[in-house]
Design a binder for this molecule. Structure first.
Ligand SMILES: Cc1cc2nc3c(=O)[nH]c(=O)nc-3n(C[C@H](O)[C@H](O)[C@H](O)COP(=O)(O)OP(=O)(O)OC[C@H]3O[C@@H](n4cnc5c(N)ncnc54)[C@H](O)[C@@H]3O)c2cc1C
Length: 388
């Protein structure tokens, strides 16, 4: 395959600053040279991630890219989005790793943590010397977050946590888990270190999707924590939902990366694949599909670029993020399916990327608010009537 050079039909590069383009190009090169040569082996091993790259990802500023201080890169939200795009051009598992670390672990510590929590955790998390995970979902509470059963009860000056969290990215790798639990004062976030008595992380095996990513169950049985492990700056569902909003923003960009990888592969493949005396790309049906892919990618790029500028201005509404996550992930999934189809039988083997992206995107459609949940968020926003 020829080197990936991006997809930019509307010359959107002209709307990017030099710093934004540098961030994107640096990650693009890293993904091409360091990550893509490894991905096939990690996908073949169920639930494995190239852990030796983690400090390098940290050194490149890819954890908490849009956060300031504590060793974070402090870039704007468009640069952050472009970073997510390029990581997911590699694999959704790679982008998930960075999303969880940055948006779901570092963001809540940065926004709601005490000074001591920030000093303790943000520098090593930014550098990739510590790993975090975000425990919100439970076996019986996914979309319906308020149905969580995990509880934190006061005991003396501290807390006792009981419950379990399911489908937790990087759960067994994490040095610190952000666990959301019900308390008498509403839902609160707790920092649970991996060696706390009563805490256990068990990996979930047998995934068809996000295979190059570790997914775990967290079990909390009478886990005792001091009050200094509680995030003091937030109470109620606003805490976890604000984190999800950060991550969803990155996912909307990331989906563009996965879509670009599939389009690029389908374009190159169909140009070279001979059918009935000419290239597959010369057939009208093929061209119709390639045109549809390019059009959807371009629309998705415009959506996230506008979103990024609004986020930097502080004018972003969460319903806008829902629209972008919903649209871009769905578009990427359709593009991956079409690319897989255009590759014919070759499309089902792991010499090619389209099917890997396709199955990954099934997870991306489900996590961080399912496609349906974002429909209902937008539906409520435009009608004023809550259907969720
Ligand atoms: C690989 C992977 C990694 C993940 N990583 C994390 C993580 O790091 N941390 C974490 O906390 N969670 C994580 N999750 C969990 C993820 O966020 C949940 O799977 C997601 O929120 C959906 O919940 P659920 O699976 O229980 O599905 P459900 O909520 O049971 O939904 C099932 C179906 O019902 C639909 N549905 C649900 N409610 C309604 C409604 N009111 N009206 C209409 N339709 C509805 C949904 O759209 C969906 O189609 C991960 C999941 C996966 C697969």
């Amino acid at each position: 395959m020829a080197e990936f050079t991006g997809v930019d039909f509307l010359h959107l590069d002209e709307l990017l600053s030099d710093e934004e383009k540098l961030a994107r190009d640096t990650v693009r090169e890293f993904v091409s040279k360091e990550f893509l040569p490894l991905i096939r082996e990690h996908v073949r091993q169920d639930g494995s991630f190239p852990m030796h790259l983690v400090p390098e990802l940290g050194a490149l500023g890819l954890f908490g890219t849009n956060l300031h201080g504590y060793g974070c890169a402090g870039m704007n939200n468009v640069a952050y989005g472009l970073v997510m795009q390029e990581l997911e051009r590699g694999d959704s598992g790679l982008r998930s790793f960075a999303s969880v670390q940055g948006s779901l672990v570092m963001f809540p510590i940065h926004s709601y943590g005490s000074d001591a929590q920030k000093e303790r955790w943000l520098p090593p998390l930014a550098a990739g010397n510590a790993i975090g995970c975000f425990g919100l979902t439970e076996p019986n509470a996914g979309s319906h977050v308020a149905g969580m059963l995990t509880k934190a009860v006061r005991k003396g000056d501290g807390w006792v946590l009981n419950g379990s969290k399911y489908w937790i990215t990087n759960g067994s790798l994490a040095d610190v888990s952000i666990v959301w639990a019900k308390t008498e004062e509403g839902v609160q976030g707790f920092l649970v270190e991996r060696d706390r008595k009563g805490f256990e992380a068990r990996d979930i095996k047998g995934k068809f999707s996000l295979r190059a990513s570790v997914t775990s169950e967290l079990v909390l049985q009478d886990v005792e924590l001091p009050d200094e492990n509680r995030l003091p700056g937030v109470q109620g569902l606003r805490g976890p939902l604000s984190c999800l909003n950060q991550a969803r923003y990155g996912i909307a960009w990331g989906a563009v990366g996965a879509a670009m990888a599939c389009y690029d592969e389908a374009l190159q493949y169909t140009r070279e694949r001979a059918v009935q005396g000419g290239p597959l790309a010369g057939k009208q049906l093929t061209q119709e599909r390639l045109v549809a892919m390019l059009t959807e990618i371009t629309k998705a790029q415009l959506l996230v670029l506008r979103l990024g500028r609004m986020k930097d201005e502080g004018n972003l509404h969460h319903a806008m993020v829902s629209m972008a996550k919903r649209n871009n992930v769905n578009a990427a999934l359709e593009i991956a399916r079409a690319a897989r189809d255009l590759l014919g039988a070759n499309g089902i083997v792991d010499d090619y990327q389209a099917m890997r992206h396709m199955v990954n995107l099934e997870t991306v459609r489900t996590y961080e608010g399912t496609h349906d949940i974002h429909t209902l968020i937008l539906g409520e926003h435009i009608t004023g009537i809550r259907a969720l």
